[in-house]
Design a protein around this ligand. Structure first.
Ligand SMILES: Cc1cc2nc3c(=O)[nH]c(=O)nc-3n(C[C@H](O)[C@H](O)[C@H](O)COP(=O)(O)OP(=O)(O)OC[C@H]3O[C@@H](n4cnc5c(N)ncnc54)[C@H](O)[C@@H]3O)c2cc1C
Length: 431
């Protein structure tokens, strides 16, 4: 009898798993369950949608006929509400019950919303789904000012889109610099200058203490009070503080969950036949050499692909992923990956090159002979080569300075490293 595969989540991880299954098993029944109403789309592009620069057709992660061609049943707009590990069933919120032989949880993340007074008011949004972008887009014509809470990747992406739509935007960041999870201090300074040049106000070292509403307008947001007492007027408030692994289904089923769902190197959970991948798991980070959530698109896809092959009977191993970001906001290109702020006296060496007049900054973090982290700001052309070397654990200490140079290219690599890298591209599995 054909195997029954059920996948919860229809994004990078879910699609990766379906493709992994089909690599091994052409006959099995694959069902993907999604509580979003769309075929898989590029989540990083929702800011382009908000800015009016892309529609769903441009954001599709796979061609529209992908599901039909791969023999995948896609159930959209319905949440999986209960997982029974003994009976091997998955119950959906609409009452349907699916039987499975192998199951994957690719449930992603859920936006973190603090308990700040007034965050339940009309005019307050999160920003992680296409529907979030649609809801915000519908409010743009009547809005003039926006506040974004959070100066991380998601906050900066939504700030750029709102600024492009001619709103006056203020970004409120609790820490002393924006993009502090994906950049070091010099790179954050360059990024902040680019954001300010675009007319966006950046307010660091503070947070929103309360949200004020207008009684005559159903309580919709009109301003926020910062914890330093300043009032910032706004018609829209976007909460972009971060995303936490969405583990409710896994926890309720009794699967082992720490910061994320716990998986082994095959992306298998502690229950037979049940796998997990993507933003909802903690998995091996090869650069930091620890197990932790690394919520980026390429890792979700690769984890899904590994899980899918194993669900179909293969013995694939997840090679590990690391935190990596490739950003292009406010006219500034940035790439960062791996360990960015190495602990002092722990065997790390840092090499850097700074040319403020060119908006250029490059930094490499070495652990012994190998690359453990990198930041490229401005000209990011060589970041792909450096990332490939890092992923493969190549010995780079002998020519690391050259990786920072303008003229560096594949030709600069030692011969034995050059060949294996000729097809190498940063991230390979981009949305
Ligand atoms: C605005 C934004 C910008 C980003 N930019 C970048 C970037 O530039 N580069 C990068 O690498 N990464 C970026 N990311 C992160 C990247 O999008 C994620 O790492 C990636 O989407 C994770 O894929 P996933 O499959 O694990 O989960 P998700 O993409 O979160 O998908 C999970 C899906 O499962 C559904 N789901 C969850 N629970 C259930 C349930 N019980 N029943 C049914 N369906 C369920 C969810 O609704 C969702 O559709 C960005 C994220 C955001 C929000």
């Amino acid at each position: 009898m054909a195997r029954r595969y059920v996948i919860v989540g229809n994004s990078a991880g879910g699609v990766g798993a379906a493709e992994g299954i089909r690599q091994v098993d052409r006959e099995g029944q694959i069902t993907i369950v999604s509580d979003e109403p769309y075929p898989a789309y590029s989540r990083p592009m929702i800011s382009k949608y908000l800015a009016g620069e892309a529609d769903l057709a441009h954001m599709l992660y796979r061609p529209a006929d992908f599901y039909a061609k791969q023999g995948i049943e896609l159930l959209t707009g319905t949440a999986a509400s209960a997982l029974d590990l003994q009976a091997h069933t998955l119950t959906l919120a609409d009452g349907r019950r699916l039987a499975w032989d192998q199951l994957l949880l690719a449930t992603g993340g859920t936006p973190f919303v603090p308990r700040t007074e007034g965050l339940d008011r009309e005019g307050v949004f999160t920003f992680t789904t296409l529907d979030d972008a649609k809801r915000l887009a519908a409010k743009l014509s009547a809005a003039r000012r926006a506040v974004v809470i959070g100066g991380g990747l998601i906050g900066i992406s939504v700030a750029e889109a709102l600024a492009k739509k001619n709103l006056a935007v203020s970004v409120v960041e609790l820490k002393d610099r924006i993009l502090n999870m994906v950049l070091d201090e010099p790179a954050s300074v360059i990024a902040e200058e680019a954001v300010r040049r675009a007319g966006v106000e950046v307010l660091c070292n503070t947070t929103v203490a309360s949200v004020v509403g207008r009684p005559q307008n159903g309580g919709a947001v009109v301003s926020v009070f910062l914890d330093n007492g300043r009032e910032v007027p706004c018609d829209l408030l976007v909460v972009a503080i971060g995303v936490v692994p969405r583990t409710d289904l896994a926890k309720a089923a009794g699967l082992k969950v720490n910061r994320g769902i716990v998986v082994d190197e095959h992306m298998a959970t502690d229950a037979p036949g049940v796998y997990a991948c993507g933003d909802c798991v903690e998995a091996y980070d090869f650069a930091a050499d620890v197990v932790r959530p690394t919520p980026v698109w390429p890792n979700a896809y690769l984890g899904g692909r590994t899980a899918g092959r194993n669900m179909a009977g293969d013995a694939a191993v997840y090679p590990g992923g690391t935190a990596c970001s490739s950003l292009n906001y406010f006219g500034l290109s940035l790439v960062s990956a791996g360990v960015l702020l190495p602990p002092a006296n722990d065997g790390f060496q840092v090499l850097s090159r700074v040319e403020p007049e060119r908006g250029l900054y490059r930094k490499l973090v070495l652990r012994g002979e190998q690359l453990a982290g990198l930041i490229y700001v401005g000209d990011i052309n060589r970041a792909g080569i450096a990332f490939g070397l890092m992923r493969e654990g190549a010995a780079v200490a002998g020519f690391a300075e050259e990786l920072l140079a303008d003229g560096f290219g594949l030709i600069s690599l030692p011969r034995e490293l050059r060949q294996s890298r000729l097809e190498g591209k940063f991230n390979g599995v981009h949305p």
